[in-house]
Design a protein around this ligand. Structure first.
Ligand SMILES: CC(C)(COP(=O)(O)OP(=O)(O)OC[C@H]1O[C@@H](n2cnc3c(N)ncnc32)[C@H](O)[C@@H]1OP(=O)(O)O)[C@@H](O)C(=O)NCCC(=O)NCCS
Length: 210
């Protein structure tokens, strides 16, 4: 899949993508994802919960996608997506673990849980076993949340035996390039699409450099 053709319905982990497994990854029976939950504090004391995406997260996931700025949405979905289709929403919130998995970052706002970020992996179209994607709410960016989401996601991938991952990003996505470098990804231009940089790492994932 070229990111140029991507939209909310054929991004990694969504409807319409062809399952493609790299060598060494074969999980024929879908399982419910384990109930991961990690609490983590920002420097200002705000508690962020990082937890498994569940089927009943459709509402907060849709609210989150609707809240994204056009730029963040375009960086994530390769064109601005105002909201997810019902099919994409269902697919996103019903992950086929361990082939795919999603982690949410949430905060408590006056007793209501608000999604402020999400990271996922799913079978992709490249040579790596899976593709990953991450997005953090605009007003929560640059606080380490993207790093923390990916740190946990990559650690889960390692646990289930996934050792090669890739991510497709737009060339101008300096924030994601920085984050990818932090995790030690190698970065290369996609041969099929000069505007796209592709990151790839074929060995065990490091847990960030913080
Ligand atoms: C990319 C994204 C997920 C980063 O999340 P984040 O929570 O803001 O990132 P962090 O605070 O953990 O920062 C991690 C690193 O990313 C880089 N980075 C983050 N924001 C940056 C920015 N605005 N400019 C340059 N580098 C940036 C830095 O290297 C940073 O490390 P440092 O803090 O040690 O300098 C976030 O900007 C985002 O959601 N963007 C829109 C969606 C997107 O582009 N997704 C990626 C494609 S799937």
């Amino acid at each position: 899949m070229s990111p140029r053709q991507a939209n909310a319905d054929n991004i990694p982990g969504s409807i319409g993508i062809h399952a493609h497994y790299g060598v060494g990854l074969s999980f024929p029976s879908p399982m419910n994802p384990p109930d991961y939950k990690f609490d983590w504090k920002l420097d200002d004391g705000t508690v962020i919960a990082i937890r498994t995406m569940r089927p009943d997260d459709a509402l907060i996931e849709q609210d989150f996608v609707r809240s994204l700025s056009p730029r963040s949405s375009a960086m994530r979905f390769f064109s601005p997506v105002r909201e997810l289709s019902a099919a994409a929403l269902k697919k996103f919130t019903n992950t086929d673990f361990p082939n795919e998995m999603a982690l949410l970052a949430t905060v408590d706002e006056n007793g209501t849980e608000r999604e402020i970020g999400v990271a996922r992996y799913a079978p992709g179209s490249g040579s790596a076993q899976v593709e990953f994607a991450v997005v953090v709410a605009d007003d929560w960016q640059c606080k380490g949340i993207g790093t923390e989401l990916l740190r946990h996601l990559f650690s889960i991938e390692s646990e289930v035996g996934i050792n090669s991952i890739e991510g497709l990003i737009l060339r101008e996505n300096k924030a994601m390039l920085g984050l990818a470098r932090k995790f030690g990804f190698s970065i290369r231009r996609d041969k099929e699409d000069a505007d796209i940089v592709l990151e790839y790492k074929g060995i065990q994932i490091q847990a960030g450099q913080d």
